[in-house]
Structure formats: structure tokens, C-alpha cells
Write a protein that binds this ligand. Structure first.
Ligand code: GRF
Length: 201
């Protein structure tokens, strides 16, 4: 990993509020990090819009527009071009191609809006997570940052933070509380990695 700046590629499918939180932290001088590119499978994603606003290369790459071999090689073309130290998933709704996971072993990180290993796995994304937490009458939810492997939400957990949700009267209220926490936690974890206070091995 480069010593002076942490160079990251952000993958996102949706609105991009975590991307924005990372950008804010960089702009505030708290995080010494450069976002080399933002990649999305969704051409309408807010994340791509945010990237363009900050003159960050915004790349739309959807499996739908490719035969499978070409899709993987297009992924690699992007990675070779920008050569990030880390890939940061921020609401990226697709599995990462296996060969990319292998090449970027221990260098792909995801944020999950619950306390893994609970409320994770296939189908556990977005409001599905918060609905399940609400149904289970949990007193706490939280945020997990974890390494990415070939299975959804199964890589090593690097960092977790809890939030008290005992006052939340709906899944939406839980979602709001957890998202606020994500915006603090993701930049904080990147800072810890940059400062070598957290190991990815
Ligand atoms: C976040 O809740 C994140 O935990 C999950 O997807 C959501 C992305 O939100 N993986 P945003 O696009 O960063 O606003």
C-alpha cells in the first residue's frame, strides 16, 4: 500500500451517502485518502452523480451490457487503470467477480447496516435488514465493516459499532439511526487503515 495517500476505488449502486461521507472527511482534512474512481452497476445511481460533481472518474459497468468474460475483463481494465490500494463497497448490490476477489484478497471492504453475523447474507440488504431487526425486537443494531469474500457478508469483521434502537418505533427509524452511524464509522475505519491502526490480514 502506498505510504503517503490511501488510494481507493468506491463501488456503489444507490444514493451514495456513504461515498459523500468519505468525501466530506477527505475535504475536512481528517482522512488522507484519494478516491481514484467510483464504479456503479446502476447508471442512475446518486453515487455516480456525486462523483461527477467532485470530478472523480464515474464509471458505469453493468453485467447486462456484456457477455460474462468481457464483463470480468472490463472490471480488470478499470482496476489496472486506476490501481487502487483498496476497493470500498458502499451499497454495491452485486457480487464481485470471483477473480477480482482473489486478486484483491484482503483489500475489498464492505459496510453492512447491522451487527454481523446476525442479519446478514443473501437478500439482507436495504430495508430488509432493518425490517428483520425490528421484527426481532432487538434493543441494539449497528454497523459492521468487513472484508469481502465470495459469499455475501461472510468475510472477516474488521470493526463494529452498536447503536441503541430501543426507542425506535419503526424499521425506518432504525434505518435512519444506523445510516447516521455508518457515515461516522466508514471514514473512521479508513483512517484507522491508513494510520495502520487496523490490519486487514
Ligand atoms: C448502506 O446502508 C450500506 O450499509 C448498505 O447500503 C447502504 C448504502 O447507502 N450496504 P448509500 O448508498 O451509501 O447512501
Amino acid at each position: 500500500m502506498n505510504d503517503s495517500t490511501l488510494r481507493i476505488g468506491v463501488f456503489a449502486s444507490g444514493r451514495g451517502s456513504n461515498l459523500q461521507a468519505i468525501i466530506n472527511s477527505i475535504e475536512a482534512g481528517e482522512l488522507i485518502c484519494k478516491i481514484e474512481f467510483v464504479l456503479s452497476n446502476n447508471s442512475d445511481s446518486g453515487a455516480l452523480e456525486i462523483a461527477r460533481r467532485y470530478n472523480i472518474p464515474a464509471i458505469h459497468l453493468s453485467e447486462r451490457n456484456f457477455h460474462s468474460d468481457n464483463f470480468e475483463s472490463s472490471f480488470f481494465q478499470v482496476l489496472r487503470k486506476y490501481n487502487p490500494d483498496l476497493i470500498i463497497l458502499a451499497g454495491y448490490m452485486k457480487l464481485i467477480p470471483q477473480n477480482v476477489v482473489t486478486e484483491y484478497c484482503n483489500r475489498i471492504i464492505n459496510i453492512h447496516p447491522a451487527l454481523l453475523p446476525n442479519f446478514g447474507g443473501k437478500g439482507m440488504f436495504g430495508m430488509n435488514v432493518h425490517n428483520a431487526v425490528f421484527e426481532s425486537k432487538e434493543k441494539y443494531s449497528g454497523v459492521s465493516v468487513h472484508l469481502v469474500n465470495e459469499e455475501y457478508d461472510k468475510g472477516k469483521v474488521l470493526f463494529q459499532e452498536k447503536v441503541d434502537i430501543s426507542d425506535c418505533k419503526s424499521p425506518e427509524e432504525i434505518a435512519e439511526k444506523v445510516l447516521k452511524l455508518e457515515h461516522v464509522v466508514y471514514p473512521k475505519v479508513l483512517k484507522m487503515i491508513y494510520e495502520k491502526k487496523m490490519s486487514l490480514l
